[in-house]
Write a protein that binds this ligand. Structure first.
Ligand SMILES: [Zn+2]
Length: 701
């Protein structure tokens, strides 16, 4: 979820510093692979192996070939599933079916957003649509569903299955349920129609979330025109400009970008109404009840209690830390005439206060975080924790979509090769702006006893290296890299029997635990000191600088967390029992109770809340994952973050299972007790406690 994480800013390299280019540091192979320029090879006589080593994908036409083969395989597997007597084979066939479709769809899903060649992107897009149509057909295939239901209904056979197989069978059934397949013909038809309508409404809402609003130029004072793009006699406003130092720019952007559009309002209200109708049709109390089945939180009541308890705890904290008072003070200092703190001020002033108090200018840090150094750090960390190395491998001709993509083989000291990570790290204009990871192929047990190796892509938007310097990361970028590598290792270290539950294919509120845990490693001096060294001088990063960085994050942390709680509550209420009032009225009410800064008339922030589509009723996930990661860090790793035994235990209890085990059982296994909601809340809030050692260290110079 990008909303919670700091905005990335591209680094500008000072030319004076860039001219000093003597490199005194030497890098290990993985470090060198990321700090050195790509060597172009002469590939004249080598055969194109196709994208991700799929031979057909050496040409655009190949997408259709691969897609048709998957569709054919699907037909055969469907037939097989329907003929097979209920047993473990039922689940195995379902997983094969899902594997052959996912392998094509997931790969195409990635290519359609990341390939530099638009023809590839279009071909991939068509493939996605065709596979999607097939999936829809399968989800409403009564006979196919019956073969699974026969297994679930046969108590005797079902009880004999191993827990992972049982869980996967239930997860497959859950996917069927939403299409109303267990209902009578009339209701089933209604469910199908609702699903079609929902797909359309979701797309419409997503598109309008990012649509700019415009206003006539003459309405705005001339001196701020330059901050926005122009369109004839109009000014286009396509975002909140939350980082703009000029109060008026932020205010104007906020009021115009969030100005309600009646049509979009209608789309959102329809979307929520349809979701509610569908959930109730297939047998749930509300959409939230359905969405939360199988998650760590389990029920909307638990989520609300979690969010309410955070609010209660934070209200003391907000009084004590005076986050909003500090921001108001800062605003008054800079602009005495207009000093009421407004929602457009919060992100900006918390940043200003942090920077002023802690001197954390990113360019002071980035020379210590060259990309190669960070990759060495990750390699060292994984070697110590899990006995796993990252080995840079030269991709074959045609295997990757852009020349600067690096391929890493993940190798365990006794188990051998665990999988591949493709690192697509550098900025390209066609890439989506958020950092993210893609599962290209899930791990699974094959019939011949081998293991299908997982493959993932990590996508970042880092600046390219220059003539004189490798890519240098700001602290925020470094943390993002660690975060995304946490997702990748979830896939690499998992050994699930089924690909349906490989790595990150787990409950949404558990999925961010491994990645957020990596952020704790990325901000611990004992870990950082192992790799952060100046790319020119080889000097280590001073401990006091790391401490300042960590403390700076806590400043205004209560206010930032409270804002996330407000968003999460809004998402819960929208997906709970329908209310007889508009989404705006609900928002005004929740903002008053759960935020603190005033509502601005004639704005409707919810119409820009695009996560309502993808996370519907699960926006709380990030906060809950953070709470669990915090508990795991403090209880297991804090004492000795590089301890091999703890690393192994963490892999065994949490990472190995992907989504194949109930998430709370994994947490319980790791912490050796079942944490309560209160434990979650305490962990989250105590992360905001200042570390007094830092202040002592800083005053000693
Ligand atoms: Zn993540």
């Amino acid at each position: 979820m990008s909303a919670y994480r700091p905005l990335l800013r591209l680094l500008r390299h000072g030319t004076a510093a860039a001219r000093v280019c003597r490199t005194v540091t030497t890098w290990s192979p993985v470090g060198a692979a990321f700090n050195a320029k790509v060597q172009r090879r002469l590939d004249l006589f080598q055969q194109n192996v196709g994208l991700f080593g799929v031979p057909e994908l050496s040409s655009i036409e190949g997408f259709e070939v691969v897609q048709d083969r998957a569709l054919q395989e699907t037909e055969q597997l469907v037939e097989k599933a329907c003929r097979c007597p209920p047993g473990v084979q039922t689940v195995e066939i379902f997983d094969k079916l899902s594997d052959s479709l996912c392998r094509v769809a997931d790969m195409a899903d990635f290519i359609k957003v990341a390939h530099p060649n638009p023809s590839y992107r279009e071909a991939a897009e068509r493939t996605c649509i065709n596979i999607g149509t097939m999936v829809e057909r399968l989800n409403t295939n009564v006979e196919l569903c019956k073969s699974l239901k026969d297994l679930l209904d046969n108590k005797e056979i079902f009880a004999k299955l191993d827990p992972e197989t049982r869980r996967v069978a239930e997860l497959f059934m859950f996917d069927f349920e939403i299409s109303g397949i267990h209902l009578d013909k009339k209701k089933r038809k209604e469910a199908v129609n609702l699903n079609v309508k929902l797909l359309d409404l979701s797309n419409q809402f997503l598109m309008s979330c990012h649509m700019p609003n415009r206003i006539e130029k003459r309405v705005l004072p001339e001196h701020i025109h330059q901050h926005f793009s122009k369109d004839g006699k109009y000014i286009q406003i396509s975002g909140l400009h939350a980082d703009a130092p000029d109060d008026l720019v932020r205010e104007v952007a906020y009021k115009i970008f969030l100005y309600p559009n009646a049509n979009v309002m209608h789309i959102l209200e329809e979307l929520l109404a349809c979701r509610d109708k569908l959930a109730r049709l297939v047998g749930y109390e509300s959409y939230a009840h359905r969405a939360l089945k199988g998650t760590m939180a389990k029920s909307p009541e638990a989520v609300m209690s979690f969010l309410q308890q955070i609010t209660d705890k934070l209200s003391d904290r907000l009084r004590q830390d005076k986050d909003f008072e500090m921001m108001t003070e800062m605003k008054t200092k800079l602009n005495p005439r207009n000093s009421e703190l407004m929602p457009w001020d919060h992100p900006y002033f918390s940043g200003v206060i942090r920077a002023e108090r802690f001197n954390i200018e990113p360019s002071l840090y980035s020379p210590y975080f060259s990309l190669g150094a960070c990759m060495e750090g990750l390699n060292g960390l994984f070697t110590q924790l899990y006995g796993v190395s990252l080995l840079a491998e030269q991709p074959s001709v045609g295997e990757v979509w852009s020349e600067d993509v690096r391929k890493l083989a993940v190798v365990h000291e006794t188990e051998g090769l665990l999988g591949y990570i493709y690192c697509d790290f550098f900025y390209r204009p066609e890439k989506p702006p958020q950092d993210c990871h893609f599962t290209i192929r899930g791990g699974r047990q094959l019939d011949d006893g081998q293991y299908q190796l997982p493959m993932v892509v990590l996508m970042l938007n880092l600046p390219h290296p220059t003539q004189s310097a490798p890519t240098l990361l700001s602290p925020g970028m470094m943390e993002n890299l660690f975060h995304e590598m946490g997702h990748a290792m979830h896939s690499m270290l998992g050994r699930t029997r089924y690909q349906h539950v490989t790595g990150t294919r787990c409950s949404t509120d558990f999925a961010e635990v491994p990645s957020i845990l990596m952020e704790y490693f990325a901000t611990d001096y004992r870990v950082i000191s192992q790799f952060a060294r100046h790319y020119q001088t080889g000097q280590p990063l001073p401990q006091s600088m790391v401490a300042r960085l960590c403390e700076s994050k806590k400043v205004c942390g209560a206010a930032d967390t409270q804002l996330q709680v407000f968003y999460a509550i809004l998402d819960q209420v929208y997906h709970g029992k329908p209310q007889n009032r508009s989404t705006t009225d609900i928002m005004i009410d929740m903002q008053k109770k759960y935020y603190g800064l005033p509502y601005v008339t004639n704005t409707a922030w919810q119409l820009r809340f695009s996560h309502l589509v993808g996370y519907g009723a699960k926006y709380y996930s990030y906060l809950m994952s953070r709470a669990v990661a915090s508990m795991v860090w403090k209880q297991c790793f804090y004492k000795d973050p590089l301890n091999r035994e703890t690393g192994e235990r963490y892999r065994r209890e949490m990472l190995a299972h992907g989504g194949g085990k109930e998430p709370m059982l994994m947490v319980e296994g790791m912490l050796q007790k079942r944490p309560s909601i209160e434990d979650f809340v305490n962990a989250l809030v105590s992360d905001l406690d200042p570390d007094f050692e830092t202040f002592i260290m800083d005053s000693e110079g």
